[in-house]
Design a protein around this ligand. Structure first.
Ligand SMILES: [Cu+2]
Length: 121
């Protein structure tokens, strides 16, 4: 009887440690998450305007139930049709403002603002 209680107490302590560890780590990961992913959801690019520095790779991820695409108005990048959970990445080497849309839904528009490396001088 006494031995059984001791085992239960040890198990409870182990469970508390296990709960504290991964919880703290997950919090750090969320805070450090880089905003270079554009989520495609509810027929919108989120965020609609994303500012990055030159050399950054932006990844679009289709989290919507319908196919979408990503196509720059100046033709500098263009994805294949993206089905649900598909993604497309493009690395922005040149500073500038890139307006893009979805070829299937002309009302879907987004913008990537690429700033020079090293900041303004
Ligand atoms: Cu679309």
């Amino acid at each position: 009887m006494i031995l059984k209680r001791a085992v239960l107490a040890a198990l409870a302590a182990a469970a508390m440690f296990a709960a504290a560890g991964p919880g703290a780590a997950a919090g750090e990961t969320a805070a450090a998450a880089s905003p270079t992913v554009v989520d495609i959801r509810n027929f919108q690019f989120q965020p609609a305007t994303l500012t990055v520095t030159a050399g950054t790779t932006v990844m679009w991820k289709n989290d919507d139930g319908s196919p979408h695409s990503v196509a720059a108005q100046d033709g500098s990048f263009r994805s294949e049709p993206l089905d649900t959970k598909d993604s497309y990445s493009f690395t922005f080497g040149k500073p500038g403002t890139y307006v893009y849309g979805c070829t299937f839904h002309p009302m879907m528009l987004g913008k990537i603002v690429v700033e020079p490396k090293g900041g303004a001088s």
